[in-house]
Design a binder for this molecule. Sequence first.
Ligand SMILES: CC(C)(COP(=O)(O)OP(=O)(O)OC[C@H]1O[C@@H](n2cnc3c(N)ncnc32)[C@H](O)[C@@H]1OP(=O)(O)O)[C@@H](O)C(=O)NCCC(=O)NCCS
Length: 150
Amino acid sequence: MITTDITIESADEATLPALLSLLAASGLPPEGLSDHLPTALIARDHDQVIGSAALELYGSSALLRSVAVAPAYQGQGLGQQLTRAAIDLAQQRGVTDLYLLTETAGAFFPKFGFSPIDRADVPTQVKESLEFTTLCPDSALVMAASVPAK
Ligand SMILES: CC(C)(COP(=O)(O)OP(=O)(O)OC[C@H]1O[C@@H](n2cnc3c(N)ncnc32)[C@H](O)[C@@H]1OP(=O)(O)O)[C@@H](O)C(=O)NCCC(=O)NCCS
């Protein structure tokens, strides 16, 4: 079980270095994340950053990225909690369509309404994001989900 000491909160400049370390350790790209700090979430256990999930907002669309949980904390529901928190944030921001790219966790996201789509069906603004243009190889799975209106 996750202890009550774990909190989910917004990332900021102070927590960015630890967030980037978590991404590196998780094999996820760091590029571009610092441009989206206001919509980046972290899970903290006291002063340790142990999880993350972030949104890149592009109008009514958003890219869900950087979903990661430190190995010692995996398998306790934290990844799902972070994903739900990011989807809630998307809903608060008026996002109607969420997209993500993944090479390793395609089976993690369907429970949140994500299903695979063709890259061609991704809106231009999302497709022009750093993650799409430079970071994730063409072989990465693209998934999309609708966000119900708040
Ligand atoms: C994916 C990840 C965030 C899951 O975090 P977690 O805290 O272990 O997940 P939870 O405990 O909330 O959820 C566990 C469930 O997810 C499933 N799951 C965990 N990692 C998975 C993966 N890589 N692929 C498919 N399913 C996965 C588990 O089998 C379990 O399923 P169940 O509830 O049906 O038993 C974590 O494994 C991770 O950080 N991976 C490396 C980074 C990554 O690949 N991120 C996704 C791309 S952005």
